[in-house]
Design a protein. Sequence first.
Length: 216
Amino acid sequence: MCAGDGDKAGGRSWRDGNEAKGIHIGRRDACGPSTAGVADRDSGWHSRGYLPHFDVPDIVQMVTFRLGDSLPEAAVREMADDPIRRNDRTWRERVQAYLDAGHGTCYLRDPQLAGRVQDSLLHFDAERYRLLAWSVMPNHVHVLVETMGGFALSRVLCSWKSYTAKEANRVLGRSGRFWHPEYFDRYIRDGAHYANAVSYIEANGSAFSSAAYTVP
């Protein structure tokens, strides 16, 4: 599987005061989603048997992907046993609370590995997608991204995760799965939703750092 498997096979980067903590936060100056009426789109839903995903071009989506060991086993079993709960807002908030608690190895505390993830996000920016905001946390990553025609969100995620898993495993001297195979995604409905998503991403990163940085 591409997602999460580190054994399957430079963009822009910069330094900031948070690199010693492994925290990388960024934001584009943008007025919000460029597509109106996103909530009326019926096509584009798909699932690999886990979480449902909405995947059509030219919409803005907030995406979260996480390390393979970032949730406690009890939480993973609970989600597997109750598929309906996967889409429930309360459950999503509980999952996020688990992630923010710092479960697992938290490999992305390492500034080198966090920087590799950030570089991967930036590498095809403006070519395959528009990267609008992002935060690389110790055990998960938040991204606000606008997809482009010809580059499905699932393919973009596969590219990010496959490359960074391989790089991380090389640096760590390990093998096997690095990322969890699944990811969470929510399409942005309107300008207010966009602003809330940006604020959330920056606030999540600020819990581990003292400042957020804007990319010109």
